[in-house]
Write a protein that binds this ligand. Structure first.
Ligand code: NAP
Length: 233
């Protein structure tokens, strides 16, 4: 997958990682970048094609897929964090996590899979999380949704292999965007994460680990889960 001369579409690209994706795709020579957001008016990057897209709204997804029929690289970046826990949290918030990360990402992939097939296969990059692999108190609903999105990534990779579509999962720890504004922890620079992710797509990787923390986490998954969950006795 070469980014130069590709036609890319990025969800949630008015801010955060999505805005970095749209900018770096342009810098790497993409022929066109559809920068999408729930409010297309909030997209301020020069040189992009701004499109409205709410990934949880079926009509909005269908309209975007019909407008952007030349896409060869789809970046599923849009996401939220409600802070809801699974046992005690607001069920509406838990549902919103899954509606966004799982059903929303899936709806966009289902709409764009035929577009990618018609344009030679192309690639899909799904922005997952270290929390696809580990849960933290006060965000267990987010982890469940990101884990579902990780499994979705593996599933659609299998299903779309026949049409030649590369499906890459990006796993990353805390990164300096609005999503982590209230967190006092070391954070990745979002520009570095996006550079690593796009390098991975160009290298045909199916999994990109954006930082050392997530690489250590992956290695730890084969050990006793109690090592990851010291609060569990
Ligand atoms: N930052 C981190 O530490 C971190 C770590 C691991 C994974 N991630 C993942 O990285 C991705 C980007 O997050 P970020 O850190 O850049 O967060 P962010 O700065 O809060 O940006 C989130 C983006 O997603 C958009 N969005 C939310 N719901 C949407 C919907 N239904 N339809 C379309 N767009 C929607 C937001 O649009 P509005 O402006 O309309 O709200 C915004 O553009 C997410 O998938 C997140 O789970 C982030």
């Amino acid at each position: 997958m070469k980014i130069a001369n590709s036609v890319a579409l990025v969800t949630g690209s008015n801010r955060g990682l999505g805005r970095h994706f749209a900018r770096q795709l342009l810098e790497r020579g993409a022929a066109k970048v559809y920068a999408t957001a729930r409010d297309a008016g909030s997209i301020d990057l020069p040189g992009v094609e701004a499109l409205p897209l709410d990934i949880t709204d079926a009509d909005s997804v269908a309209a975007a897929a019909s407008a952007a029929h030349d896409v060869t690289l789809l970046v599923n970046n849009a996401g939220i964090i409600t802070g809801a826990n699974l046992v005690t949290g607001d069920p509406a918030a838990i549902r919103l996590e899954l509606d966004t990360h799982f059903y929303g990402t899936l709806a966009v992939i289902r709409a764009f899979a035929p577009v990618l097939a018609a344009n030679g296969g192309g690639a899909i990059l799904n922005v997952l999380s270290s929390m696809s692999w580990v849960s933290y108190d006060r965000a267990t609903a987010y982890s469940a949704a990101k884990a579902a999105q990780w499994s979705l990534t593996n599933g659609v990779r299998v299903e779309l292999a026949g049409q030649g579509t590369l499906v890459t999962g990006l796993l990353l720890g805390p990164t300096d965007t609005d999503m982590t504004a209230g967190m006092d922890v070391p954070k990745n620079d979002p520009a570095d994460v996006v550079r690593t992710a796009l390098d991975g797509v160009e290298a045909d990787l199916v999994e990109v680990l954006a930082d050392e923390g997530v690489a250590r986490l992956k290695a730890a998954l084969s050990a006793d889960p109690r090592a990851l969950y010291p609060q569990v006795v």
